[in-house]
Write a protein that binds this ligand. Structure first.
Ligand SMILES: [Zn+2]
Ligand SMILES: [Zn+2]
Length: 259
């Protein structure tokens, strides 16, 4: 079983990182993808601790749309910062999370688009997959993936909450779809319908911890061990045993991010 997206370098895990990782490993997690915010020295420092405690983790580095405003007027610096960190992080396997968030709009939309576009180009240059965060920005996200990726960049739409149309377009472009704990929430009926139809070789599971704890842990700090609840929910939807879904999502992780 693999948690394909978590924030173990978040300060919410600083105090009990070793216990969190121990629980993940004893829950049967083979590895996790740890998302790092490009240029965040504090996170990089904690990521080094993660790496010592759990050498099997993989890492993605990117400038999130929420902090894209920090690069307003100096978009090329985004690429320099992320490229540098990718080089110095031995377990780096992806550029992410990157994308567009028009729900929160923490950064001006034109800046979000420029920062996202630049990082897709970087991924293309580095031949790395991307981890995409997209919220209420379907058309712009797809347009940038097409324009900047030129059909050569693969990746995953993480914590998917979009429509069937977005899922179809992403799948057509060769992308994977990753589901988080939201899939277990009572009012996520439409999302469960989308998950039911994602092809078995394109589905991933994640926690996005420390955020979005799944039922029955909802409302508490989430952690990688609880990806089991997401895997279980996906297994029910696709009519297979949880162990089959665990293997399926792990195999897809490796197909996208490598060994
Ligand atoms: Zn995200
Ligand atoms: Zn995330």
């Amino acid at each position: 079983m693999i948690d394909s997206h978590c924030h173990l370098a978040d300060e919410q895990f600083a105090a009990d990182l070793d216990a969190v990782i121990a629980r993940a490993r004893s829950a049967g997690l083979e590895r996790a993808m740890v998302i790092l915010e490009g240029g965040n020295a504090k996170e990089a420092e904690q990521a080094a601790r993660v790496q010592t405690l759990w050498p099997e983790v993989r890492v993605a580095v990117g400038v999130h749309p929420h902090i894209a405003h920090q690069f307003a007027g100096r978009v090329p610096d985004t690429v320099a910062v992320v490229r540098q960190q990718l080089t110095t992080t031995p377990q780096a396997r992806a550029v992410g999370e990157i994308g567009l968030d028009y729900h929160y709009d923490f950064s001006p939309r034109d800046v979000q688009r420029a920062v996202f576009h630049a990082q897709v180009r970087l991924a293309r240059e580095q031949k790395l997959p991307i981890v995409v965060h997209t919220r209420e920005a379907d058309l712009d996200t797809l347009a940038i993936l097409k324009a900047a990726g030129e059909g050569e960049v693969r990746g995953v739409l993480h914590c998917f909450t979009g429509t069937q149309a977005l899922a179809d377009a992403a799948l057509d472009a060769g992308f994977y779809i990753s589901f988080a704990g939201i899939i277990t929430f009572p009012r996520a009926g439409a999302l469960r319908e989308v998950a039911q139809r994602v092809p078995r070789d394109r589905i991933l599971a994640e926690t996005d911890s420390p955020f979005l704890a799944p039922v029955p842990r909802r409302g508490t700090r989430n952690e990688p061990a609880w990806v089991a609840h997401v895997v279980e929910a996906l297994a029910v939807l696709q009519g297979v045993a949880p162990s089959v879904m665990a293997e399926r999502t792990a195999a897809n992780f490796h197909a996208l991010f490598g060994p």
